[in-house]
Design a protein around this ligand. Structure first.
Ligand code: ADP
Ligand code: MG
Length: 314
């Protein structure tokens, strides 16, 4: 088992590649220089064992996910990912675990040109905290506020897959590999966020469930929404499950989707469809209205009650 500094050198220190990285891993702090015409966009997210991921989650998936959930926040801002720091709290320094964790982390980091420039390594209950920094041309960010009455509400990908997988763990029901990957290897919609600059009027990533996160976006914009349950994008597995059980909470309130929810004027619909087509599916699920709150109309005309998403300390 490697000691702290050996561990950092072996698994996390790599050659500096980004031109803006003046000082990376190895000094007391990193020194970075964003491009002169950019704002720096910063986000941090922590994964706690047993709380944010089930025991037995493969370490490679943890490396991916710890970074992915943060890149998802940058995506929701329309930012270009650039740097990250990693605070790792480990029960013990196991080489196999570290190797797999680092491979999951760096595979994703390399896909999006993210450089790891520092971090912290401590012993304790397994906790993974990643901070990401991204760049945004001044004034071009996608914010939660900005949705206006008449705008269309869009969602990328499919909803409820991760929640369905978690449910199946409880019930012992067999579930396909595709659905499992949605929980363990969420795909941050970075390219979608970049494509939506100057096109979307507001955006948020769906980490705590669509209803809860859309609720934040609507509240920040001072508007409400009319939505159609039948328009929700669902995988075959979630569609089968909902048809069998009538449990709409899985796609509406299940967490861990990491899709983007955004709004845009109806006049931009064709342009958005065309621009996003190369990255992932995206569809309109409703319209922004001046009246506060969400009104969800179901297939037989019923109205889905508002339910909150996941919250800590309740
Ligand atoms: P200090 O004692 O000054 O806080 P550390 O001993 O914590 O510094 O870390 C030494 C160097 O290694 C620093 O540059 C720090 O950013 C980096 N580092 C520590 N842990 C990690 C990690 N898990 N991932 C990446 N870099 C790390
Ligand atoms: Mg120091």
């Amino acid at each position: 088992m490697p000691a702290e500094f050996e561990l950092i050198d072996r698994y996390f220190r790599r050659a500096v590649r980004r031109p803006g990285t003046r000082i990376g891993i190895g000094d007391d702090a990193a020194v970075i220089q964003p491009p002169s015409d950019s704002d720096l966009v910063v986000a941090v997210d922590t994964l706690v064992a047993g709380r944010h991921f089930p025991p037995g989650t493969p370490p490679k998936a943890l490396g991916h996910k710890a970074l992915a959930v943060n890149l998802s926040d940058l995506a929701a801002m329309g930012a270009q990912p650039a740097w990250a720091t990693l605070a790792l709290t480990l029960e013990r320094a196991d080489d196999g675990w570290l190797q797999a964790f680092a491979s999951g982390f760096f595979e994703l980091a390399d896909r999006f040109g993210v450089e790891l420039v520092g971090g912290d390594t401590t012993q304790g209950p397994l906790t993974l905290s990643v901070q990401v920094m991204g760049c945004l041309p001044r004034g071009e960010g996608l914010l939660r506020r900005g949705a206006g009455p008449g705008d269309e509400i869009w969602v990328t990908g499919t909803l409820g897959d991760a929640a369905l997988y978690l449910k199946s763990l409880g019930s012992g029901e067999a579930i396909g590999e595709q659905i499992r990957r949605r929980l363990d290897y969420p795909e941050p919609r970075v390219d979608v966020g970049l494509a939506l600059r100057n096109l979307a009027t507001s955006a948020i990533d769906i980490s705590d469930g669509l209803m809860a996160d859309l609720g934040h976006l609507l509240a920040a914009s001072g508007v409400g929404a009319e939505l159609q349950v039948v328009d929700l994008p669902l995988s075959d597995s979630v569609r089968d499950y909902v048809t069998r059980s009538g449990d709409w909470a899985v796609p509406l309130s299940g967490g861990d989707d990491y899709e983007l929810c955004f709004t845009a004027p109806a006049s931009r619909q064709a342009e958005i469809s065309e621009r996003l087509a190369e990255f992932c599916a995206a569809r309109v699920i409703g319209q922004v209205s001046a009246r506060a709150g969400q009104r969800w109309v179901g297939p037989t005309g019923f109205v889905v009650p508002e339910q909150g998403g996941y919250q800590h300390f309740v």
